[in-house]
Ligand binder design. Structure first.
Ligand SMILES: [Zn+2]
Length: 212
């Protein structure tokens, strides 16, 4: 079973992806992972991606699609894959849907206020980069004891801009898969553990035991 997970910044997509891939033995892939694989191969496309990443630019859409198609057509990614937020635009998502077999799309539906609250409480370890939530009882990293700091882009103003981009670019993808009856919408305003249970109920047993 191949799953595509979609959610706004602050929806818990990263943490839930990790938990899901562990429980269901899925290969967790983000576009960044595919780009790194392409760059490691030293191809011309890899060079273009490397340059875009270094300059902090978005990958050109045609290159992104070519790389996604090439990497996802490899045998190891044919099944039991969890795609973490693939396709930034509707066109990219449609193209992905055309060349890749997606069985289920899960949308983490979270209210604006909850997202903002989570973003403002997010802290990152200045030593090891571990991301956590602010906690009264602890002001150092639980992994290495380093100092926890605010991420520079985790402020209200930046979040509002990112959320606007999400509404304009990603919500059409949600609508597209909903019309195709491929989408499960999860109310993901609860804690990570509760949200995780809701997703597990939708996925059911281990994907390896599920016949297509
Ligand atoms: Zn740390």
């Amino acid at each position: 079973m191949n799953i595509l997970l979609i959610g706004a910044p602050g929806s818990g997509k990263g943490t839930l992806s990790q938990k899901l891939s562990k429980k269901y033995n899925l290969k967790h892939l983000s576009t960044g992972d595919l780009f790194r694989a392409e760059i490691a191969e030293g191809t011309e496309r890899g060079e273009i991606l490397k340059e875009a990443m270094q300059k902090g630019l978005l990958a050109p859409s045609d290159i992104l699609l070519e790389v996604m198609q090439k990497q996802l057509s490899q045998k190891e990614f044919a099944d039991n894959v969890l795609l973490d937020g693939f396709g930034k635009t509707l066109e990219e998502a449609k193209e992905l849907d055309r060349f890749y077999n997606i069985d289920k799309v899960i949308f983490l539906d979270v209210d604006f206020d909850t997202l903002l609250d989570r973003i403002l409480k997010r802290r990152i370890c200045s030593e090891c980069g571990y991301v956590t939530t602010v906690d009264e009882s602890r002001d150092v990293c639980g992994k290495c004891g380093g100092t926890l700091v605010n991420r520079i882009d985790d402020n209200e103003e930046t979040f509002k801009k990112r959320y606007q981009v999400f509404l304009e670019q990603t919500m059409p993808i949600v609508d597209y898969f909903e019309k195709k009856n491929m989408l499960s919408r999860i109310d993901a305003n609860d804690s990570i553990d509760k949200n995780f249970d809701k997703i597990c109920k939708i996925i059911g047993g281990c994907p390896k035991e599920l016949e297509r």
